[in-house]
Design a protein around this ligand. Structure first.
Ligand SMILES: [Zn+2]
Length: 236
């Protein structure tokens, strides 16, 4: 499910909503995008040096881990597993560059803009197991607005990392604050962590909710109430 809400009011006519208006907008690049080098055709490797093992190929490290777990790597079904593991982690951890074009808020739209239920998945940095759920991002426009689909790309960008849900929430809110200079920003993430569902206490279906509220979405009771009512309604 991917819903987009625009708060209680429709956006003002003429509010820039598509790429055709990008020429008159200031182009901002996501600060992390430079870290994600293009993936060479036909060959996938972890793109991030800090995740590579010094002097050893990643497949060799994956094979060592499987051996340590008692796997017989001569088994036909396991022979290609180290490569598949690295391919999978490469995909989960490689950030895709994108242009986050922002636009001047010429029409002075000043009601809450909210994108609800953006699906995401990430890898828990404590257990290397996935956590997945939905993100809700709202902001009270100030000087600039952004194409709504770009907020989903921001979530995707930060989620492709070894993450903590709290950190992911803070990073998304920080990006909106930095790039849009809004009067307020609110981010709520709801996620199920497989490290919690599959091991230890095994609480299947339990979700963890984190939030980051800044500016008027934190300080103005009416705006805060509106934001929280829209992000915590039943059925999400
Ligand atoms: Zn975990």
């Amino acid at each position: 499910m991917h819903e987009t809400w625009l708060g209680p009011l429709r956006p003002p006519r003429g509010a820039p909503r598509d790429a055709s208006l990008a020429a008159e907008a200031r182009v901002t690049e996501h600060p992390l995008s430079a870290r994600a080098a293009p993936r060479p055709a036909g060959r996938r490797r972890l793109q991030r040096p800090e995740l590579n093992y010094v002097g050893r190929r990643p497949e060799r490290a994956a094979a060592d881990l499987l051996s340590a777990l008692g796997a017989n790597l001569d088994h036909e079904q396991l022979r290609e597993t180290p490569r598949r593991m690295i391919d999978a982690y490469a995909e989960l951890l490689t950030q895709q560059p994108f242009r986050a074009t922002t636009f001047p808020n010429d029409d002075g739209y000043d009601e809450l803009v909210l994108v609800r239920a953006i699906p995401f998945h990430s890898l828990c940095m404590h257990h290397m197991l996935p956590f997945h759920g939905t993100a809700h991002i709202g902001y009270l426009p100030g000087e600039r607005i952004v194409g709504l689909s770009k907020l989903a790309r921001v979530v995707e960008q930060f989620a492709r990392d070894l993450q903590l849900q709290e950190r992911l929430t803070t990073q998304i809110a920080g990006w909106v604050q930095e790039h849009l200079k809004p009067k307020g920003v609110g981010v709520v993430l709801e996620a199920e962590h497989l490290c919690m569902s599959l091991q230890g206490v095994q609480k299947f279906g339990a979700t963890t909710v984190t939030s980051a509220l800044h500016g008027l979405i934190r300080d103005d009771p009416r705006t805060r109430q509106e934001f929280l009512a829209l992000t915590t309604r039943s059925g999400t």
